[in-house]
Design a protein around this ligand. Structure first.
Ligand code: ASP
Length: 334
């Protein structure tokens, strides 16, 4: 029997049309993809399309949309063999990370994809991205939240948008590809996650105040003090290299200690796309650890942000959040 895939169209370049003000999401996509010969081929699975409303440029996607997409998958889970989420590329890695946490016990493929050139334009990369994602969703091999783009199938919560204009726009520098797609789809079986065997549960996210602070030479940490101690629950500190901050950072360490006492969790990630944060490897990072910050290890900032939303939404204690931030929950860290 043919597999059945639900395509969820959220917006993004793939379905955009030119307007006076630049590309904007449009409702032409349903008709356009029905006209793609491959989508009608006998070798393609059956599919249905659901369009979210409003259609969004992914810069406008928020926790609300993450929850909406997850709910659509949850509500249709029994009726489909897999899911393809058409999404803008700008925040696709955030959405993929968030879905990986919301959809606990996932045992079917959820493949996010989109394009750099709209389907409405010549040379669109959307056709191949869509058709290949559909086949990958129907294969049922990678039963986790993944991101397919230009020949690479990536773990969703390891993916990063690497280029604003290359067609090969994504990679997962800290994790092997789940598959490489040429003439055939070559799955990397040892990299693909094994479903937990638990039934699917929906862990919807709350709109927790989360912030990302990127360290740079000469940063005046004092400027961020009241935000870090009074406003934010979760903070991702994007540090240099393996977790380093300027050593003349007298202000930061007491701020982090105070933020911690006030209930926030500071997670240290790296500005380097590849490699691991090791707090204490250098003198300049030891103080962070003593002040109560946790190591984001080799997590992407996108995954760390989504994980903070997820853990704060669970209503668990700050100490449990700290402990879980340093543990691998969905394949987001090594
Ligand atoms: N701004 C667009 C979006 O993220 C870019 C894209 O889809 O490639 O929705």
């Amino acid at each position: 029997m043919k597999k059945k895939i639900l395509i969820i169209y959220t917006g993004g370049t793939i379905g955009m049309k030119r307007t006076d003000k630049g590309y904007a999401p449009s409702r032409f996509l349903g008709e356009a993809i029905a006209e793609i010969p491959d989508m009608k081929s006998d070798s393609a699975p059956d599919w249905e399309l659901v369009e979210m409303s409003p259609l969004l440029d992914s810069s406008d996607v928020t926790v609300k949309e993450w929850n909406k997409i997850a709910r659509l998958i949850y509500d249709n889970y029994a009726d489909f063999d897999g899911f393809v989420v058409l999404h803008g590329t700008d925040t696709m890695a955030y959405t993929a990370s968030a879905l990986s946490f919301i959809l606990e016990g996932l045992d079917k493929p959820v493949v996010l994809t989109g394009s750099q050139i709209p389907l409405s334009e010549i040379r669109s990369d959307g056709r191949d991205n869509l058709v290949t994602s559909l086949l990958i969703a129907a294969d049922g091999v990678a039963r986790e939240v993944c991101l397919y783009f230009s020949g690479k199938l990536l773990r969703g919560n390891r993916a990063v948008k690497m280029s604003a204009d290359d067609l090969v726009a994504f990679d997962s520098p800290n994790y092997p590809h789940l598959a490489d797609v040429g003439i055939a789809v070559k799955y990397n079986y040892s990299a693909i996650g094994v479903p937990s065997g638990m039934p699917l549960a929906l862990r919807l996210l709350s709109e927790v105040p989360i912030g990302v602070l990127k360290v740079f030479p000469g940063i005046q940490f004092g400027l961020f003090e009241s935000i870090m101690t009074e406003k934010l629950s979760g903070i991702v500190l994007e540090t240099f290299g393996a977790g380093n901050i300027p050593s003349d950072c007298g202000a930061l360490i007491p701020i982090i200690s105070r933020a911690f006492e006030c209930g926030s969790v500071v997670t240290v990630c790296s500005q380097c796309p590849s490699g691991t944060v090791t707090l204490g490897a250098y003198e300049t990072s030891s103080a962070l650890k003593s002040a109560g910050a946790v190591s984001g290890s080799d997590m992407t900032t996108e995954a760390a942000v989504a994980k903070l939303y997820y853990l704060f939404s669970l209503g668990i204690s700050k100490d449990e959040i700290k402990e879980k931030m340093e543990k691998n929950l969905r394949g987001e860290m090594s």
